[in-house]
Design a protein around this ligand. Structure first.
Ligand code: ZN
Length: 260
């Protein structure tokens, strides 16, 4: 982890501030995310309390001691992003005040999407963390899918020339759905007929417990990417559990899938 000191900003600073606030060394309700004099003073207070050199900089020794005192930086739970490569480029985000006891939802759903309770709980936790890190909410436009919704989503990708096989990891399931799509197109079937045929293929797969997408299992959602930082989204999603976040086209979005 990069040494945190005066003048830096970003999610690691926010996490450190959250820790200081939880230890009552720093007041809540202040603009958040910038390492300024208040954060420095609180850091010195922590270091003094712990018998560390009170230099006001958050280096490896301070981090190690803080972890013993309950500091849990979420970067620790994320694989694939070494924490020292996570950028500090959050300057564009407006500084928001910390919300105390806020029960406000930090996510919205597109009309008509299907989100069972267990999935909404995951989305809610991810969105709360994303809000804590950025001051912004998330918009979700796809949740649980049945075979028909899945076919509809895949039809759009095939039709727009997206590399669907790649998106679905070149799985045999994806090849099956592609074969159905190709057959329908060759037979000059209508869009509705093609989607219906694809849905039948997907339903047959489900019937043998083979799921082409985590959306079918209600452990994935699609996030509107407008103004969303992908790395921060991945960090926020990782607070829920082991996760993969994929940047996808048609439509342009972040696909978030948990392992269970
Ligand atoms: Zn998705």
């Amino acid at each position: 982890m990069k040494v945190l000191e005066m003048g830096l900003q970003g999610y690691q600073v926010r996490e450190w501030q959250q820790f200081l606030i939880s230890k009552r060394l720093m007041p809540g309700g202040l603009p958040f995310g910038n390492f300024g004099p208040i954060t420095q003073k609180a850091t010195i207070a922590f270091q003094t309390q712990q018998g560390l050199k009170p230099d006001g900089k958050v280096g490896p020794k301070t981090i190690a001691q803080a972890k013993r005192a309950g500091f849990r930086p979420i970067g620790d739970n994320v694989t694939g992003i070494p924490s020292d490569t996570v950028d500090f480029s959050m300057k564009r985000h407006p500084q928001k005040e910390i919300q105390h006891g806020a029960s406000a939802k930090h996510y919205t759903f597109a009309p008509g999407i299907d989100v069972p309770f267990s999935l909404e709980q995951k989305i809610s936790r991810m969105a709360d963390k994303y809000f804590a890190l950025t001051g912004k909410g998330l918009h979700i436009f796809s949740g649980r899918r049945n075979a028909y919704r899945q076919a509809d989503a895949m039809y759009r990708k095939f039709h727009d020339g997206d590399d669907v096989l790649k998106t679905y990891g070149y799985s045999s399931l994806a090849y099956e759905v592609k074969a159905t799509y190709d057959g329908s197109v060759k037979a000059k079937k209508s869009k509705d007929e093609t989607i219906k045929a694809m849905a039948e293929t997907i339903q047959q797969q489900i019937n043998r417990n083979a799921y082409i997408s985590k959306h079918l299992l209600a452990i994935a959602c699609d996030v509107d990417p407008t103004g969303v930082n992908g790395k921060t989204l991945q960090l926020a999603a990782a607070t829920v559990g082991k996760v993969k976040v994929k940047h996808e086209k048609t439509p342009h979005h972040f696909h978030v899938q948990w392992e269970e």
